[in-house]
Design a protein around this ligand. Structure first.
Ligand code: SF4
Length: 364
């Protein structure tokens, strides 16, 4: 048996596009779900791989039926004890559906809450309100899920730090075990990118930084330990699947726009649902034929609180340490046990830090 790897399944359907979203997903194409599921099943069988994590992302995986989820999981060779996650949206997941997902094998639910403030949800073009968002967590618990994650967004138009902190406190009270807190990004081509009024009311750099740092300390206070720039978990609830991305471990991505890193190469599947469902095997375009070199490992590892093990830099370990020491003095990172670990302040400027430290490896 091959060593188990991660499996990502991209579910490219949404009821409606949110104003900020540039993920590959189509609104009003739910009639294609059955053909799409058949194509996913074909590709899983062709892979012949064993998986110890499975992640249904999107798009909106909760638009699939539980029998479709079950068909996909039955086609996969899944190792015992695997983490099997599905992203769901509060408007398309009631208790019964969640019970059926649980029965189909899903054991981790990630809920696209984004905010518990009705005004913020409506600005984002989300289809749910705060009551539905709270109910989604309660329904997941009633359906037998313990491993529940919630997505939150920071830096929204008109948002105050206080709302973010209230959201975190409330999610904690409701029993979320994992929170992903992402800063809003304005992606070109989205309706948000063309809405001057909303853009002019987005938090400036100073307020965003303040919001992030306050959110991190509120999450820590509520028992959510930071393990990645945007990810926080109670003890025992880190997302094993997502860790594979940052630790440069192998994963296979299935579905239009999905990425893979396996067999020493990175691939991407074209963003074309018709191409995907009409081909026997998905098209895979190589995007990197020598991934996971030392500077890429450094870049990914510095996103994690566990940081980068400097001995992985080989002959450049001492130069890397020398480049990191001044940043440690500024409180941007810590050097301990042979590792470089960014602090929350460092995460705020992670791109600059990663750039400077990668240069050391590249110069070599
Ligand atoms: S539900 Fe998620 S994937 Fe769908 S449009 Fe909104 S943000 Fe994008």
């Amino acid at each position: 048996m091959n060593d188990p790897i991660g499996l990502y399944i991209h579910v490219p359907f949404c009821r409606r596009k949110c104003v900020y979203c540039d993920f590959y997903s189509l609104a009003g194409k739910e009639d294609l779900t059955q053909k799409y599921v058949q194509a996913v099943v074909r590709n899983i069988r062709i892979s012949g791989m064993t998986f110890d994590t499975v992640y249904f992302g999107g798009g909106t995986p909760s638009l699939l039926s539980s029998s479709q989820i079950s068909d996909i999981l039955s086609a996969a060779d899944i190792a015992e004890g695997a983490e099997i996650s599905a992203e769901i949206n509060p408007d398309s997941a009631d208790t019964q559906k969640l019970r059926d997902f649980r029965a189909a094998g899903i054991n981790r639910i990630s809920i696209g809450i984004q905010s518990l403030d009705d005004k913020e949800l409506s600005v984002l073009g989300r289809l749910h309100n705060s009551e539905q968002a709270e109910n989604a967590i309660l329904s997941a618990q009633k359906a037998g899920f313990e491993n529940i994650s919630a997505d939150l967004m920071l830096g929204l138009p008109y948002q105050h730090t206080e709302t973010v902190l209230n959201n975190i406190e409330r999610l904690s009270e409701l029993g979320a075990r994992h929170i992903s807190a992402y800063m809003l990004k304005i992606e070109s081509g989205t309706p948000l990118s063309e809405n001057d009024e909303l853009i002019s009311n987005i938090a400036d750099e100073e307020l965003s930084a303040d919001m992030y740092l306050e959110a991190v300390s509120c999450l820590e206070k509520n028992g959510f330990k930071q393990y990645e720039i945007s990810n926080f978990a109670k003890e025992g609830y880190v997302c094993r699947h997502n860790l594979k991305y940052w630790r440069c471990e192998d994963y296979l991505g299935i579905g239009p726009s999905a990425h893979s890193c396996t067999g020493g190469k990175r691939f991407a599947v074209p963003k074309d649902i018709y191409g995907f469902i009409n081909c026997e095997k998905q098209e895979e375009v190589i995007t990197d034929d020598a991934p996971c070199g030392s500077s890429e490992r450094l870049m990914l590892a510095l996103r994690l609180s566990e940081g980068f093990l400097m001995s992985q830099a080989g002959d450049y370990e001492n130069r890397l340490r020398a480049a990191a020491v001044p940043m440690e003095k500024h409180g941007l990172l810590k050097i301990s046990d042979g590792r470089i670990m960014l602090t929350p302040m460092g995460f705020l400027v992670s791109n600059e830090i990663i750039c400077r430290l990668s240069e050391v490896l590249e110069e070599g």
